[in-house]
Design a protein. Structure first.
Length: 242
């Protein structure tokens, strides 16, 4: 695949998973049920598997099968897995995985994440109901950066390099280190159904992305030990060898 084709496939998957991890309660989420969107997500996973067989395509296919449930059942499943407060096994918030629980430290991390967003003109504003460290926002930001790079290709080399650096830095600093623990916890917490399938699909994508960037998670999140005791160790730890 060309660089643009790879970027488009990754962008589509980040955006698809960004929606899938939110509560099934609005029109945006219902976009996941659109046959065209599902076909694009499956094709994107299959395309990335051509480069490295990380089984992203089959994992996405399992999510699509689970999406065939009635909407009421999907809502109940979301409440069962995530509840009104973040489940201890799989909170979808980055700062919940930090070893340093000091409020000031967590505030610094939230400010750093928001700083990435603001640098590209993205500001959810004071009325935002979702924290900046929610995985849905972090994945959406990755999709945004990939989209910008596709549009800048062949037009503005300097801006393209800025976006590429931000993409790598954000992935390494704010996604790679904790998302494997989240995915393992989600798989265990859900046990079956859409969110078990989603956990496996997210894990497959992150393994692929770690290989792409040649990085390994930069911190050991609190949930990793418990998650690995319940689920097989994340393959992402092996990415440092590449």
């Amino acid at each position: 695949m060309s660089r643009n084709e790879t970027s488009l496939a990754r962008e589509c998957l980040y955006r698809f998973f960004s929606l899938a991890i939110t509560e099934p309660d609005d029109l945006d989420w219902c976009g996941l049920l659109d046959p065209a969107s599902q076909e694009i997500a499956k094709a994107s996973g299959d395309a990335l598997d051509v480069e490295h067989d990380d089984a992203i395509g089959p994992a996405v296919a399992a999510v699509l099968v689970a999406l065939r449930q009635p909407m009421d059942e999907l809502r109940l499943e979301y409440q069962r897995v995530f509840g009104l407060t973040p489940a201890r096994e799989c909170p979808p918030f980055e700062t919940e995985y930090h070893g340093n629980a000091e409020p000031f430290y967590c505030s610094q991390q939230l400010a750093d994440i928001a700083g990435f967003y603001r640098a590209f003109g993205l500001n959810p504003g004071p009325m935002a109901t979702v924290r900046p460290d929610h995985l849905a926002l972090e994945f959406e930001f990755m999709a945004f950066l990939l989209m910008k790079q596709r549009l800048l290709e062949g037009h503005n080399t300097e801006a393209l390099e800025v976006c590429a650096k931000a993409e790598r830095d954000f992935f390494c600093e704010h996604i790679a280190w904790w998302t494997p623990a989240f995915a393992a916890g989600l798989i265990k917490r859900a046990g079956s159904g859409i969110y078990e399938a989603l956990g496996r699909a997210i894990r497959a994508l992150i393994v692929s992305e770690c290989r792409r960037f040649g990085v390994t998670p930069i911190r050991t999140p609190l949930a990793v030990v418990a998650a690995e005791e319940r689920e097989e160790p994340s393959e992402c730890a092996g990415c440092a060898a590449n």
